[in-house]
Design a protein around this ligand. Structure first.
Ligand code: RBF
Length: 164
């Protein structure tokens, strides 16, 4: 999708909104599978939170083995009343067997369930690509960094919730 001939990307100025996250507390759950990619997503997300003044001590980072474990760890954080939002980061790369579809579907549905159950933003920052090159392009390459976008989405949704 494109805006003015450019690819749609949530970290573009059109989508950026100045948010003062000084009092926000955000959990970031990051999958270790394809860690070359997920480390970049994590770096992007944490830097973006800090740019919006979220304090270091209010960024709670947890690691899980793979994307399939993201919803459970997200629910542990979301159940904490002091946590305003959760960011889930992972990277699923399509292989020769159908595992990709099962894991991607379960992860996406699980993350949405947690969000609705706890009435808090639980952001889907999981890259699902056909190969590692496409993943690199979305983890700090030509398509931006989806970790940055996940952080912006989380901040936006926390602010929206507080305003409603
Ligand atoms: N987890 C990911 O986050 N990304 C993957 O690309 C990925 N590929 C997997 C492929 C297979 C065949 C299996 C069995 C697991 C894979 N996982 C992957 C791990 C999965 O998310 C989970 O951690 C494990 O299945 C244990 O519950």
């Amino acid at each position: 999708m494109a805006i003015s001939g450019k690819r749609l990307n949530l970290s573009q100025p059109e989508f950026k909104k100045k948010i003062s996250g000084g009092n926000y507390r955000v959990a970031v759950v990051c999958s270790r599978w394809n860690s070359e990619i997920t480390k970049s997503l994590l770096k992007g997300a944490v830097e973006e939170l800090q740019k919006s003044n979220v304090k270091k001590e209010n960024i709670l980072i947890s690691e899980v083995p793979g994307s399939f474990e993201l919803p459970l760890a997200a629910s542990w954080h979301a159940s904490d009343p002091t946590v305003d939002g959760v960011i889930c980061l992972g990277c699923l790369i399509k292989g020769d067997t159908p595992h990709f579809d099962y894991i991607a579907q379960a992860t996406a549905a699980g993350i949405m369930d947690v969000s609705l159950q706890y009435q808090k933003p639980v952001v889907f920052g999981v890259i699902t690509t056909l190969n590692i090159e496409q993943a690199r392009e979305r983890a700090g390459g030509s398509h931006g960094n989806k970790g940055v976008e996940a952080a912006l989405t989380c901040l936006h949704m926390i602010e929206l919730k507080k305003s409603i």
